[in-house]
Ligand binder design. Structure first.
Ligand code: NAD
Ligand code: MLT
Length: 315
């Protein structure tokens, strides 16, 4: 496959550029392009590499007259119009797994942080207050964690939170109860999960079946004080319903790394981020040096394999 010129439009680790260049591929890094600039620029390239900021729309794919492959240095391909790419015979590649441990570790961090009001307590101390009573928390040990989506990240979270003494239950349409048992997750139907969990963490892709999966009806079925974590994709948790549930006390807090719109601008999202019971991070799940090198190398290797048609990688 002819892949001589590759455009990188989001900040991908330098390891990707180096590897592509070492294999004779010409690389240009152009970050923060406007939609119009991208439409103009893309016409000259055989390959495009992105993270989550660049929206690879039907228009971008149509403008990519020489485009053969789009690579996502990360897991989710929801910023790429995969259907349109398939129609145009443009391959779409991703690097699932390369950042799973990092996303899992951020999830676990948010769970433990919420339990002990670490962020709120630290902020109040920096502001000169000494509020020991206000930020008293609860133990994680013995609490029930509901994991929705038992793929790469979901199961890593299960294993780590079990070490903290949590009981883990979960649901995934393609994972059997026997499989879930192997990593000590009790497989339950969703309706059985909602009333028994203290924490819910979602680890699914954003697809029609999972959009607004955690909504007002679900939150009403949960125990009072349930805490919600989303390090998967904005839109899996209904932000308006979550905000309302936090404000009326049904939900005890939330740890959110991903938003319906990024960067967030809607009044509801901004209000959610500002809520004292919410710990929000700016899509940092994969932002570790280790994960970024891994996904950068994996995406470059796949491009090189395609360019060389090397069966070692393509089989
Ligand atoms: P994965 O494909 O390994 O696992 C996803 C699982 O979700 C699959 O097992 C799938 O069967 C399951 N699923 C699909 N529909 C479901 C449904 N209706 N109910 C329950 N489960 C369902 O993916 P992964 O690598 O574990 O990634 C999970 C999510 O995390 C993805 O959305 C990915 O984009 C996101 N992610 C975010 C960050 C970040 O920076 N915040 C980093 C890495 C991954
Ligand atoms: C992913 O889906 O892999 C994440 O969104 C990571 C990223 O920020 O690229």
């Amino acid at each position: 496959m002819e892949i001589n010129k590759v455009l990188i439009t989001d900040a991908v680790d330098q390891a990707c550029v180096n590897l592509l260049k070492e294999n004779g591929i010409d690389v240009s890094c152009r970050y923060n392009l406007t939609k119009e600039e991208l439409l103009e620029e893309i016409s000259d390239y055989h390959g495009l590499i992105v993270r989550s900021d660049t929206k690879v729309t039907a228009a971008v794919l149509a403008a990519g007259l020489k485009l053969k492959v789009v690579g996502r240095a990360g897991a989710g391909v929801d910023n790429i119009d995969v259907q349109e790419a398939t129609k145009r015979r443009i391959a779409v590649l991703n690097t699932p797994g390369g950042n799973a441990v990092s996303a899992c570790e951020l999830t676990c961090t948010l769970i433990t942080t919420l339990a002990r009001n670490v962020v709120q307590g630290a902020a109040s101390l920096k502001a000169g207050r000494w509020d020991r009573k206000l930020y008293s928390g609860h133990e994680i040990c013995g609490k029930v964690l509901g994991i929705i989506g038992l793929g790469r990240i979901g199961r890593e979270v299960a294993i780590r939170m079990q070490a903290w003494g949590m009981k883990t239950v979960g649901y995934d349409p393609i994972v059997s109860a026997e499989e879930a048992k192997k990593f000590n997750v009790q497989f339950l139907e969703l309706e059985e999960i909602w009333p028994i969990v203290d924490y819910i963490t979602v680890h699914t892709p954003l697809i029609p079946e999972t959009a607004k999966m955690i909504n007002s009806k679900v939150l009403a079925k949960c125990k009072k004080g349930v805490k919600i974590i989303n390090v998967a994709r904005g839109g899996i948790v209904d932000e308006e319903a979550l905000l309302k549930a936090i404000e009326d006390g049904r939900c005890g807090g939330a740890g959110i790394d991903v938003f319906e719109q990024e960067p967030p601008t809607s009044p509801v999202t901004l209000k959610l981020i500002q809520n004292p019971k919410v710990v929000a991070t700016p899509h940092l799940g994969a932002s570790t040096s280790e994960a970024q090198v891994r996904v950068a190398v994996e995406v470059a290797e796949q491009f090189i394999a395609l360019a060389k048609r090397n069966p070692k990688y393509t089989s």
